[in-house]
Design a protein around this ligand. Structure first.
Ligand code: ATP
Length: 249
């Protein structure tokens, strides 16, 4: 289980202290899928980076399976069982996709294992396995390769930041199936940061982050209608911000 207790994150901006996240507390149970959504700039990616250890919390505690991991490095958190796929994945000049998958898995994968992970994100393995994971790959290709690297290892908790971003509809459907499979197996907890209704609908619970705070959190059947309610001014503004996804529902 992941327990987040009173997490806050401040930055210094133009010599002034700015609060990006304020007093965030929630849990993610074993095997649970929590989807985090909310308006642009609300603080979702910042929270993900705090969980992964990329940003250091100003205050609060992060506890994974009873162990306080607040002060652990990125590597130590990865060893503790956290996997993370960035909103905008980094490129690795000089490193092939195969090597990246092996590094992510922590062992040498067989050809068929590599192919399986690439296929599960809709990539034709033979075309990509020996390519460099560098700037010659499109944004959507790199995004899918990064998701494949997270899938290459069993984690306690996987965090995916906007996995839908830049991914074509066909690959997106495959990705949804993969998330559904992981969720069904209940071996890993999942935190998905998303604006996509199809992903939000898969959640056990939904958390809405807005203006650096938890606006609401609860079972999907309770929170989803509040997002889809076109009579709600807030939901409507949010839908317009995101291209009308919710308002058109
Ligand atoms: N290091 C930083 N210095 C200054 N401002 C920051 C820093 N990190 C994040 N912010 C600000 O904090 C806010 C939250 O950013 P964040 O990327 O977490 O939002 P988000 O909810 O993931 O947004 P989106 O839906 O657009 O991806 C934004 O206004 C961003 O500009």
């Amino acid at each position: 289980m992941l327990q987040i207790e009173h997490l806050s994150f401040d930055v210094r901006d133009d010599g002034r202290q700015a609060e990006i996240l304020s007093d965030i507390s929630f849990n993610v149970a074993d095997g649970e899928m929590l989807v985090i959504t909310g308006p642009n700039g609300g603080g979702k990616s910042t929270l993900a980076k705090l969980l992964m250890g990329i940003n250091e919390a100003t205050s609060g505690r992060i506890i994974l399976n009873g162990e306080d991991i607040t002060d652990l490095s990125i590597n130590e958190r990865a060893q503790a069982g956290i996997g993370f796929a960035f909103q905008q994945p980094p490129r690795f000049k000089g490193m092939t996709v195969r090597r990246l998958l092996n590094l992510a898995a922590g062992r040498t994968l067989s050809e068929s294992e590599c192919c399986g992970f690439l296929s599960s994100v809709g990539l034709c393995a033979q075309e990509y396995i020996d390519r460099e994971a560098d700037a010659t790959l499109s944004g959507g290709e790199m995004k899918r390769i990064e998701i494949a690297t997270v899938l290459a290892k069993q984690h306690t908790l996987c965090i995916f930041d906007e996995p839908e971003a830049g991914i074509d509809l066909w690959s997106f459907s495959m990705l949804i199936k993969k998330f559904e499979q992981i969720h069904k197996e209940k071996k890993e907890s999942l935190i998905l940061i998303s604006h996509q209704e199809r992903i939000i609908r898969m959640a056990d619970r939904i958390m809405v982050i807005s203006d650096g705070k938890i606006d609401r959190i609860g079972p999907a059947e309770e929170i989803l209608p509040t997002l889809l309610d076109t009579s709600s001014q807030e939901a409507c503004c949010y839908g317009q911000q995101k291209g009308g996804d919710y308002c058109e529902a």
